[in-house]
Write a protein that binds this ligand. Structure first.
Ligand code: GLV
Ligand code: MN
Ligand code: MN
Length: 410
């Protein structure tokens, strides 16, 4: 089975009429991780998992020390596409198969990881598996998280769609020599530049806020407009304040993509709204400034409308510059295959953000048709997938030759 058939197969897991819905430790996600383990074993690679649900496939090298690691994630957002994350996992697997078939001499193992729960689409924290792996979030903290359906992580991890029954559990989270993540761009820059390979300079830092707005629930027909404390009207002002903050701060983005109205009935003045803010920039100070502005404006809205507003910072990830030397290795690998390569920042978050905190890390992108991502339309041309895999394989080989053996340091 090649990368195209594997992507098509994974796309059936969690398929809905509106896209793929493969939240962490759901039946579809469990099936995807089982598929990955099965394909890797059939290719002759040793497969292990860790206590966060990350799964690793290993191509042996001349020594048995820390590997050069590649990979990405198999979970999706709601109504997601077939390439985000999945391509880095099955593309990584295929790169290992190509290296194995090439009889290249490896000085150390090369591994591909399927990181658990990158999207934060079921549990309220992104990059769960890679965050635990890098020691940024304790396993205790992760185990205590509850999914949107109320199931605690610890329960789901030990359930039928969590840890894989027939895969050995490794001790701890042994760090690799380096990490290289292959991913679709998820934006329009490569396509517009007519360049087929991109090398990431830095991944944008991000903050996620949970905003809770308390109004006065009441009868939609009887309460005069001037005596209302409508939580949704206050929320609407907050949403616009989020947009304005990003526009005014500049070189940043901020989004409200999640909003829940309670009790959500046509003839009731909304009594409660919860919404979630996602703010990002490669400049951490700008993200901090967006949060400051949102808090200040929310305070004013709350006073003016009589609707108390609580804001909780639920996730903070610093911007992650990629490692200079490893970036050069990836760039040279790309330049050996195409006439032009684009350096570009990543506005999307990736497991590489977490790995970059502990070992030299780099990323390479292939184009997304129309820039579409986090939507079923998401697609990359088959030839570009092939090119990305060849570039990754070449970069892994050079990294193995050039980087010192042993655990990588930053
Ligand atoms: C994941 O795709 C993210 O950027 O939030
Ligand atoms: Mn992704
Ligand atoms: Mn994504």
């Amino acid at each position: 089975m090649n990368v195209h058939a594997r992507l098509a197969d994974l796309a059936t897991l969690g398929a809905t009429p509106d896209g793929i819905d493969r939240g962490l430790f759901t039946p579809a996600d469990g099936a995807a991780r089982r598929r990955f383990a099965g394909w890797a074993r059939a290719a002759g690679f040793a497969v292990e998992q860790d206590r966060a649900g990350n799964v690793f496939a290993r191509l042996a090298g001349g020594t048995d020390g820390p590997p050069i690691l590649c990979g990405s994630h198999l979970d999706t957002v709601k109504q997601g596409g077939a390439y985000d994350g999945a391509f880095g996992v099955v593309g990584g697997l295929e790169a290992l198969e190509r290296l194995a078939a090439s009889a290249a001499e490896l000085r150390r193992p090369i591994e591909v990881a399927a990181w658990a729960g990158e999207e934060g689409s079921r549990f309220p924290l992104g990059c769960l598996g890679s965050s635990a792996f890098a020691g940024l979030t304790s396993l205790d903290e992760i185990e205590a998280l509850a999914g949107d359906d109320g199931e605690p992580f610890a329960h789901a991890l030990r359930g039928p769609h969590g840890l894989l029954a027939d895969v050995p559990l490794r001790d701890g989270f042994p760090a690799p020599s380096a990490y290289i993540e292959l991913h679709i761009e998820q934006g329009p820059l490569l396509e517009r530049a007519q360049v087929r390979l991109g090398v990431v300079t830095a991944i944008a830092g991000q903050r996620r806020l949970r905003v809770s707005i308390a109004g006065q629930q009441g009868h939609a027909g009887t309460i005069p407009m001037r005596w209302r404390a409508d939580a949704l009207c206050a929320a609407s002002e907050v949403v616009l304040a989020v947009e304005r903050a990003a526009l005014e701060v500049g070189e940043s983005v901020a989004t409200v993509g999640w909003l829940e109205v309670s009790p959500k009935q046509t003839n009731i003045v909304p009594g409660r709204v919860e919404l979630r803010v996602d703010a990002r920039s490669v400049d951490d100070d700008r993200v901090a400034e967006i949060e400051r502005r949102i808090r200040e404006t929310a305070g004013r809205i709350a006073r003016a409308r009589g609707t108390p507003i609580e804001i909780e910072l639920v996730e903070l990830r610093a911007a992650a510059p990629m490692d200079d030397r490893l970036r050069e290795i990836v760039r040279a690998a790309c330049e050996s295959l195409v006439p032009a390569v684009l350096d570009l920042p990543s506005g999307a978050g990736h497991d590489a953000m977490c790995l970059a905190q502990i070992v030299p890390t780099a990323m390479l992108f292939v184009p997304s048709i129309g820039g579409h991502s986090h939507i079923a339309l998401e697609k990359t041309a088959p030839d570009d997938l092939e090119l990305g895999i060849n570039a990754l394989a070449a970069a892994l080989l050079t990294a193995d030759r050039e980087l010192p053996l042993g655990r990588g340091t930053r």
